[in-house]
Design a protein around this ligand. Structure first.
Ligand SMILES: CC(=O)[C@@H](O)[C@H](O)COP(=O)(O)O
Ligand SMILES: NCC(=O)COP(=O)(O)O
Length: 247
């Protein structure tokens, strides 16, 4: 457990803006460099099968210039495994993908296919790539992630973020807290992410077992109005204040 908490900036939606018009700008690689200069502890990017935002060239460019750490999110496909083994990011986060989804809808279901998931974890770990599992706050899934050899889990905070009222939000917060404590008790590195923004991040950042938050859509959205540097500085300040019990 640490007094500081790391911020992974997910730059997917810089590419969304670029792809909207098919221009060369805004460049995700420039966003990655500016984010690092602003204090991002790592850069997260999701190379989706449908390339709706981040594309193969973005991953190569970012990997070539990154000073901190690349966390590459990918589905469990042979194509994506080959990309990861070629690019050699410091971290990979295995996430479920469904083409029709607007965004990631849930954590990876390890229980449904443990052998398949275990093979990807083993291949990545054998290549020296630290493997994280994007996972629901579910003890059975977390236990299996540990048994399959994943050193890291990223707890899906989507249900917390999408809660329709305070009661539901509190219930989901308790699930995240209990899952974080359980994962840490197994010796896993515990991260969290999805749907976090400037008004809901505090309660998650205050969870002592969580080492890193990956935040993208809300931060990039805010940067449209205040700039990327300010958006990152503000988010890190909120996270750190929450971690130190000052919010
Ligand atoms: C796994 C996760 O929650 C996000 O990092 C993921 O990238 C969401 O997908 P989009 O970025 O396409 O919304
Ligand atoms: N894994 C979560 C992530 O990278 C960013 O998710 P979001 O903040 O874009 O919802």
């Amino acid at each position: 457990m640490s007094h500081s908490i790391l911020l992974g900036v997910n730059i997917d939606h810089v590419a969304t803006v670029r792809n909207a018009r098919g221009t060369l700008y805004p460049q995700p690689v420039l966003a990655a460099q500016l984010a690092e200069q602003a204090g991002a502890d790592l850069i997260t990017l999701h190379l989706r099968e449908d390339r709706r935002h981040i594309r193969d060239e973005d991953v190569r460019l970012v990997r070539a210039v990154l000073q901190t750490r690349m966390n590459l999110e990918m589905a469990l496909t042979e194509e994506m495994l080959a990309h990861a083994l070629d690019i050699q990011p410091q971290d990979v986060c295995l996430v479920p993908e469904h083409r029709a989804e607007v965004t990631t809808e849930g954590g990876l279901d390890l229980i449904a296919n443990p052998v398949h998931c275990g093979r990807y974890i083993q291949s990545l770990q054998d290549a020296g790539i630290r493997t994280s599992i994007f996972i629901d706050p579910d003890h059975a899934q977390i236990k299996l992630a540990h048994e399959l050899g994943a050193p890291v889990v990223e707890i899906h905070t989507g249900r917390y973020a999408d809660a329709r009222n305070r009661v539901e939000q509190q219930r989901e917060l308790v699930r995240v807290k209990e899952a974080a404590a359980y994962a840490a008790s197994l010796g896993l590195v515990v991260n969290a992410g999805h749907g976090l923004h400037y008004h809901n991040v505090q309660a998650i950042a205050a969870i002592a077992e969580i080492e890193e938050l990956n935040i993208g859509h809300a931060l990039i959205s805010h940067s449209i109005f205040v700039g990327l540097k300010t958006a990152i500085v503000e988010m890190k300040a909120l996270m750190q204040a929450a971690r130190c019990g000052q919010s």
